[in-house]
Design a protein around this ligand. Structure first.
Ligand code: TYD
Length: 424
């Protein structure tokens, strides 16, 4: 069987770089005392060499353009290159190909330094065996492709979003796949002679590797006392993971499925005051059994990241600790529900039960009922800490009292590390 190689263009194919490019162009214009470029003018910046753009799109002289390029690079090398996003589904495309034994490379008009930095920053470098870069903003794609194409028998594909990628591939004698999520239109790609067209990363996988199985995604949960800021952090984590090209699906407990939402109504209904503790624990577990089978497991099987607001640990802390049913009893009840589907990582937003109470009620002094609530929440907090002590490797514990953005940064760093290790 002959080997298969797939070469990808970077900008517009693997990553979306306009935010960084635009911010650097604006920065250079400002430094040079030129008017800020309009959104429409900026659109034309992606693709052509910088000097050309400064001269033709901003009307600079050759000397001014060289100076502007210096300013551009000053910002680009420190900040701009990371103002970048991995397109949705790219990670799964690369994982699918790698799993099928396809070898991969990157062919780009960018210089080697930023190319490697960007791929490394997003944890994509590990997928590529060969990288061909333009030395000074200027190199013909076909020559770059030839410089990394394997010798001898091999099925080789060039994948890109612009006509330069397709024309380069054709000239270098490779198969060509045009992708429409980048900067070129389908018409541009077809006119250039693209052999195949893909509108999504999934379609690209199907074309390059028909019938290949999608690698598993991951299951994450977010836990904490009421008022610990879970919703905010779920949103911030989702944005970060999406920037890295993970496909994120949200869910929550109690709930997550139509049956689970009905169970949620029963559980949270204030009129159900006569509900016994064991009934409560069994209902949470019942909803969970449905959730694992109907939503969590299928989503992970599709290669996505399922991020769940509360899961098993809430039962251990609230019913096991708060209601005093005991950790082991609650775990036993939940075993058939969870069916081995434990989160790859659980973020715990660590908030003292008193602070949790204060965040929920602004009262400075607690009445008798609130005192009881306080004892309940103290046990919930204890329950969480007992769980974390039992299996510390599953948890990402963060102090919930810090600055929201700092908390988000810590969470993203730890979660990304685990998700990337999970891709190996
Ligand atoms: P919800 O309104 O979703 O609160 P939050 O925004 O704090 O998540 O209600 C969920 C409540 O259910 C919350 O107080 C914790 C509790 N709970 C349990 O007691 N056991 C469980 O297994 C789960 C999942 C939640």
């Amino acid at each position: 069987m002959s080997s298969q190689w797939v070469f990808f263009d970077l900008d517009g194919t693997l990553t979306q770089s306009e935010e960084g490019i635009w911010n650097c162009a604006r920065y250079a214009a400002e430094k040079m005392g030129f008017p800020a470029p309009t959104e429409e003018a900026l659109r034309k910046w992606i693709g052509p060499p910088l000097i050309w753009s400064f001269r033709n799109l901003m009307g600079m002289t050759e000397t001014q353009a060289r100076q502007a390029q210096e300013f551009y690079r000053e910002r680009y090398t420190t900040i701009g290159k990371y103002e970048n996003r991995v397109y949705p589904g790219i990670r799964n495309l690369l994982r699918t190909l790698r799993q099928s034994g396809v070898q991969m490379g990157v062919v780009t008009g960018k210089p080697e330094g930023p190319t490697r930095d960007i791929l490394n920053h997003f944890g994509l470098l590990k997928f590529f065996e060969r990288i061909a870069c333009a030395t000074d903003g200027h190199a013909e794609k076909d020559r770059l492709i030839r410089s990394v194409a394997p010798e001898g028998e091999a099925e080789i594909w060039m994948v890109g979003d612009r006509k330069f990628d397709i024309e380069g591939g054709i000239q270098a004698g490779t198969h060509t796949l045009g992708v429409t999520w980048g900067y070129g239109s389908e018409e541009e790609l077809r006119t250039a002679g693209a052999e195949r067209i893909a509108h999504t990363a999934r379609e690209a996988a199907e074309i390059l590797c028909p019938g290949a199985e999608v690698p598993k995604g991951a299951f994450l949960s977010m836990e904490g006392l009421d008022g610990s800021g879970k919703s905010t952090q779920i949103e911030k984590l989702t944005n970060k993971l999406e920037q890295y090209g993970f496909e994120v699906v949200h869910s929550r407990e109690p709930g997550g499925t139509p049956i689970g939402e009905k169970i949620r109504e029963i559980l949270l209904d204030r009129n159900n005051a006569e509900m016994t503790d064991i009934t409560e624990a069994l209902l949470y577990a019942a909803g969970r059994a449905q959730h694992v089978r109907e939503k969590i497991r299928p989503t992970v099987a599709e290669g996505k990241v399922l991020l769940c607001d509360r899961f098993l640990d809430s039962s251990v802390a609230y019913q096991g600790g708060g209601r005093q049913l005991g950790v082991d009893r609650v775990l036993a009840i939940n075993e058939p529900a969870v069916d081995g589907m434990l989160p790859l990582a659980t973020v715990y937003l660590d908030l003292d039960h008193r602070a949790s109470l204060q965040r929920r009620s602004a009262a400075s002094e607690l009445d008798r009922l609130e005192m009881e609530q306080e004892a309940f929440h103290a046990r919930v907090e204890e329950g969480y800490h007992a769980l974390i002590a039992r299996n510390p490797e599953r948890y990402v514990v963060v102090d919930a009292r810090g600055d929201r953005d700092e908390i988000a940064k810590t969470i993203a760093g730890a979660v990304l590390e685990r998700l990337m290790a999970n891709e190996e």
